[in-house]
Design a protein around this ligand. Structure first.
Ligand SMILES: [Fe+2]
Length: 460
């Protein structure tokens, strides 16, 4: 190599070290909310059943319900069910007739179907398939909840909400690697962003992103504020209205507060009573006191030792300027009185964990985010929560066995971020045991602003 070429190489090396940007790097712009171009049709309902999701019955050991979508040419299709077997001949299936409702969304007319399956055996692997408009789904396998006391594995995701196909998919796939035996998936609301006339593509992407789980593992979503839209915006009649997709796309138990909305519900899953609240209704539609009375009755009749509450808006917000005081006023006393173990939340697009009065006792409050949108932590959150985190997509694995709940928060690449155990030592609140071994270092947002120039957010 001659002297001029050595000089050029050194100059090039120096420049690249200075900038640390590879010569072939792409200049980045903010990604749109879906992968669907404005002039493309990706999610038109057709012959094949899609958006298949199984949700727990009130007793998840004895039943479940399935919702799915097809083109507009079929009413009341069949669900077929059989105990899963090793032979392709699994025997003569049972048939359950679905109820059908129509939805005209941005992608055209569709039919949404719901079939409720009861009379099942606990801890049993069933195979089922659903009928579309002239075509069947694949046979899908789903295990009912086992009996109380049997070891349980479940997943919890904070908001997925944005860029679901692009960036939520990898989190869901990584989660299934870490919890291959999960029999339940909890979503803490804001599954999509909505509100921009693009809901149907967003829901299509949500089902694509969660495809490894939704039809195969009992799925329990909480509604977020983005599952609502503003009617009569900027007028005195402005109010929140539940989006049209929610009641059609999830076949929920319908045992919530007495307002007809399928946004609050409860079920028993292998010794855990799970209660799902509607934080938006509590905060914006005045139902906090009614939800508190309902929750108190639900928890008072819990025959088991474990209880989990899922709600979108946090009781203690890790973001500046957010105070959900109606939750604290009405619902917090119930959590305390009924010794709730875990409160799983979303909404604030960061990570934060805290206890109520004593850090060493349940309930434990967690805020997490699975999706791409990332906010910044408040100073108060840094002072009152531990651990906290920013600029990360997370999923959580929860296992319960032998009187011990083991909680893990992991990053999108599967690294351990937070871990603790809840130990059941008799009546009263469970004891918290920290597990610090193997955790990665705290993660903070190192970015000044998003690609769109917003300084109050970390990424969008
Ligand atoms: Fe939210």
């Amino acid at each position: 190599m001659g002297a001029p070429r050595v000089c050029a190489a050194l100059l090039s090396l120096g420049l690249s070290l200075l900038s640390s940007v590879p010569a072939d790097a792409v200049e980045r712009t903010a990604e749109p909310n879906t992968l669907v171009p404005a002039d493309a049709s990706r999610y038109v309902a057709g012959a094949f059943p899609d958006r298949i999701v199984a949700t727990p019955a009130q007793d998840a050991a004895r039943g479940f319900a399935v919702a799915w979508r097809s083109g507009a040419g079929i009413e009341s299709p069949w669900l077929e069910l059989v105990v899963a077997g090793d032979s392709p001949d699994m025997g003569v299936p049972r048939r359950i007739r679905a109820q059908t409702r129509a939805l005209a969304a941005e992608n055209g007319p569709a039919r949404h179907h719901r079939a409720d399956v009861d009379g099942l055996q606990p801890g049993t692997l069933y195979a089922y398939r659903v009928q579309g408009d002239g075509a069947w789904s694949p046979w899908m396998q789903l295990r009912t909840a086992g009996l109380p006391g049997e070891p349980l594995e479940l997943l919890y995701f904070g908001d997925t909400q944005n860029k679901n196909a692009s960036l939520t998919t990898r989190v869901v796939r990584e989660a299934t690697r870490h919890a291959p035996r999960a029999s339940l998936v909890l979503y803490a609301g804001d599954l999509v962003s909505g509100g921009d006339g693009d809901d149907d593509n967003e829901w299509g992407e949500w089902f694509d992103a969660t495809d490894a789980l939704s039809g195969w593992t009992l799925t329990a979503p909480a509604p977020g504020n983005h599952e609502y839209f503003e009617a009569f915006e900027d007028t005195p009649r402005e109010r929140r209205v539940l989006g049209r997709h929610w009641p059609l796309q999830f076949a929920l138990p319908g045992n919530g507060i007495d307002d007809g909305a399928p946004t609050t519900y409860w079920f028993d899953h292998q010794g855990v009573r799970v209660a799902v609240l509607d934080g938006t209704s509590a905060l914006d539609l005045g139902s906090a006191a009614r939800q508190a009375r309902w929750l108190d009755a639900v928890l008072a009749s819990n025959p088991g030792r474990w209880s989990i509450v899922v709600v979108h808006q946090p009781f203690f917000s890790p973001r500046d300027g957010r105070e959900n005081s109606a939750l604290r006023e009405h619902l917090l006393p119930v959590l305390r009185a009924r010794n709730v173990d875990l409160v799983l939340q979303g909404h604030d697009h960061t990570y934060g964990r805290r206890g109520l009065d004593e850090a060493s006792r349940a309930p434990v409050f967690v805020v997490s985010v699975a999706g791409a949108k990332q906010y910044r932590l408040s100073d108060e959150a840094r002072a009152t929560m531990s651990p906290v985190g920013e600029d990360t997509q997370w999923f959580q694995v929860i296992r319960i066995a032998d009187g011990r709940l083991r909680y893990e928060a992991r990053t999108a690449t599967g690294r351990l971020y937070d871990a603790f155990d809840l130990v059941d030592a008799g009546p009263g609140p469970k004891r918290v045991e920290e597990r610090t071994e193997g955790r990665i270092a705290p993660r903070d947002c190192a970015r000044e602003a998003t690609l769109k120039g917003r300084r109050d957010r970390c990424w969008e």
